[in-house]
Design a protein. Sequence first.
Length: 246
Amino acid sequence: MRPKRSGTVENRQPWRATVLSIFPEMFPGPLGLSLAGRALEDAIWSMDAVDIRGFATDKHRNVDDSPFGGGAGMVMRPDVLDAAIRGTPGVGPLVYMTPRGRLLDQSLVRELAEGPGVRVLCGRFEGVDQRLLEAHRALEVSVGDFVLSGGETAALVMLDAIVRLLPGVIGKQESLAEESFEWGLLEYPHYTRPQVWDGRAVPDVLLSGHHEKISAWRKRQAEDITRQRRPDLWDRYRAATKVGEG
């Protein structure tokens, strides 16, 4: 048996992800590899992928029906989904992945990582019956302003972001503090060997060994990149820190 990694948190209940999908075979998918995969093996977190079709009541295992009021596509039935949710053990809020939901950001990721786990409902077709979301007070979450074929891919993105914040998953916790969005800014540029590549040299300040100058340079770089690429983040950062335009 592979020994547990240093940094694994002992005497702690695993953070628990319960995913409800008509394609449970999509999980853990990439979450079974690399850091998340090792953390899954080390029981830092656990995952249950549940087939919603197992809760259908007809011989064809239908989970959807045509929408009232007409329109293209099908809608996932509230009775089948309710049976799946109530019939599946899980902890934490019920999260429904949808383009109309609250935008997934680092603040929400941290909030979910600090809890006992999440139950994730992956929609398909045109979505799910609104009454189901209201009955279970689902937290609707979006990974961006675009449409995917289903909620599974979005769920993988959200779970990856959460799992890497769990204690014991990433060895150097200071690495997390310097990442994009942790301080409201995009991350500064990174450089490694060789010192000169393709005629391009590493900035002199990074070779100086002067930690205060390096820290100041990285902050300026992060601010410049954020101002140029994400004006929305820059405005929020300025409002929070009173940083001027200069």
